[in-house]
Design a protein around this ligand. Structure first.
Ligand code: AMP
Ligand code: TRP
Length: 329
C-alpha cells in the first residue's frame, strides 16, 4: 500500500467524457495501489444550488454513483460515500477556517470566476462559497490523503489546500500530509462548443451514459474549425476540438483524419460521424455494465451506507487528533 487517495465530485447527475478522461479514469486506476476514498460532495453542491433545486441532489448522487461503479470503481476495495453522511468534515472545516486568512480565499481564481458567473458582487455571495476550498481541504485531510486525482480546473484549490495544511502543521505541529494532485494525460477536455471546458452547466457535454443515438446527435452539433466553411476548404486539425477528441476515441485513425482534413478529402460531417462511432464503440462496455447496475434495486444505497460507516471510522480519529492539537480535548 502506497498511501491514501481522496477525491470528490459535485453531484450534478450523469457524468460526461470530460469527467472520465480528466479524473474518473485515474480514480479507477489508482485503486490498484492505494486505498481510495471517493466522495459525492453534496454540501459543496449547496454553494450553488438552492431551494427547490436541492430536491434533485439525491437523484443526482445516484446517477453519478452508477457512473462510478460502471466505470470500474470497486466498492469492496474503495470507500464510496456521501459527504453529508460523515458530518465530521463540517467540524474540521470550521477548525480549518480559523487558520485560513480570508485574503487567500478571495484570491482563488475559481472564486472570482464563480462570482462573475453568478452576476453577483464579492460582498453578496455566501460565506459558504468563499469557504469552498476550506471544505475541500477538510474533505481531503480528514482522511490524511496524500494523492488527489482531479482535472486541471481543481489545481488552484489543491494549492490552497497545501497552504492551509502547511499553516496548520506549522502552528500545531505536523499532523496532516500535503495533498498532491494527480492529473491524467487529458486534464482539460474542451466541450462541443470547441471553446470552453466540457461542462454540464454549459450544455456542451457528451454524457457517458447517453444512448448511441443521443451521442450521434450531440456530436453532430460540435463546432469544428470555424475557417472551414465549404467542404472543399482545407481544415486545421490543430485548432479543431473534434480532432482533439479523436485522439481519445479513434487513436488508430488520427493520421488518416489529419490528412483528410488538411487536404479537404474528409468533410466535417463525416469526421463527426466517425467521432460519434468511436465514442459509442469505446463506451459500449461501460453502458452495458451501467444498465445491469441500474437494474439492481438498493445497490447504490447499500454501497453508500457501507462507505459512510467505513469513512466515519477514519474521520472520527482524525477529528479527535485535530481537536486535541488545537487545545479542545
Ligand atoms: P465536477 O463535475 O466539476 O465536480 O468535476 C468532477 C471532476 O472532473 C473534477 O476532478 C474535475 O476536475 C474533472 N473535470 C470536470 N470537467 C472536466 C473537463 N472538461 N476536463 C477534464 N476534467 C474535468
Ligand atoms: N471541487 C471539486 C470539483 O468541483 C469537488 C471536490 C470537493 C473535491 N472536495 C474535493 C475534489 C476533494 C477533490 C478532493 O470538482
Amino acid at each position: 500500500m502506497k498511501g491514501r487517495v481522496f477525491s470528490g465530485m459535485r453531484p450534478s447527475g450523469r457524468l460526461h467524457i470530460g469527467n472520465y478522461l480528466g479524473a474518473l479514469q485515474n480514480w479507477v486506476a489508482l485503486q490498484e495501489e492505494y486505498q481510495c476514498v471517493y466522495c459525492a460532495v453534496d454540501v459543496h453542491a449547496l454553494t450553488t444550488v438552492q431551494g427547490e433545486a436541492t430536491k434533485e441532489i439525491r437523484s443526482d448522487i445516484r446517477e453519478m454513483v452508477l457512473d462510478w461503479l460502471a466505470a470500474g470503481i470497486d466498492p469492496q476495495r474503495s470507500i464510496l460515500f456521501v459527504q453529508s453522511h460523515v458530518p465530521e468534515v463540517m467540524v474540521l472545516h470550521t477548525l480549518l477556517s480559523m487558520v485560513t486568512p480570508l485574503g487567500w480565499l478571495l484570491r482563488v481564481p475559481t472564486f472570482k470566476e464563480r462570482v462573475r458567473q453568478m452576476h453577483e458582487t464579492e460582498e453578496a455571495v455566501s460565506y459558504g462559497l468563499v469557504g469552498y476550498p476550506v471544505l475541500m481541504t477538510a474533505d481531503i485531510i480528514l482522511y490524511k490523503a496524500d494523492t488527489v486525482p482531479v482535472g486541471e480546473d481543481q489545481l488552484p484549490h489543491l494549492e490552497l489546500a497545501r497552504e492551509i495544511v502547511r499553516r496548520f502543521n506549522h502552528i500545531y505541529g505536523p499532523t496532516f500530509p500535503e495533498p498532491q494532485p494527480k492529473l491524467t494525460q487529458a486534464p482539460l477536455i474542451i466541450g462541443l462548443d470547441g471553446q470552453n471546458k466540457m461542462s454540464k452547466s454549459l450544455d456542451n457535454q457528451v454524457e457517458l451514459a447517453a444512448t448511441e443515438e443521443e451521442t450521434r446527435q450531440r456530436v453532430m452539433q460540435a463546432f469544428t474549425d470555424p475557417q472551414r466553411i465549404r467542404r472543399t476548404d482545407p481544415g486545421r486539425p490543430w485548432v479543431c476540438n473534434v480532432y482533439s477528441l479523436h485522439k481519445h476515441f479513434n487513436p488508430d485513425k488520427l493520421d488518416w483524419v489529419y490528412e483528410g482534413c488538411t487536404k479537404a478529402t474528409l468533410g466535417c460531417v463525416e469526421d463527426k460521424r466517425l467521432l460519434a462511432e468511436g465514442i459509442n464503440c469505446a463506451l459500449a462496455p461501460f453502458r452495458e455494465r451501467r444498465r445491469e447496475l441500474e437494474a439492481k434495486p438498493g445497490l447504490v444505497d447499500e454501497v453508500l451506507r457501507d462507505g459512510a460507516s467505513r469513512a466515519q471510522e477514519i474521520a472520527r480519529k482524525t477529528l479527535s487528533e485535530a481537536m486535541e492539537r488545537m487545545g479542545l480535548r
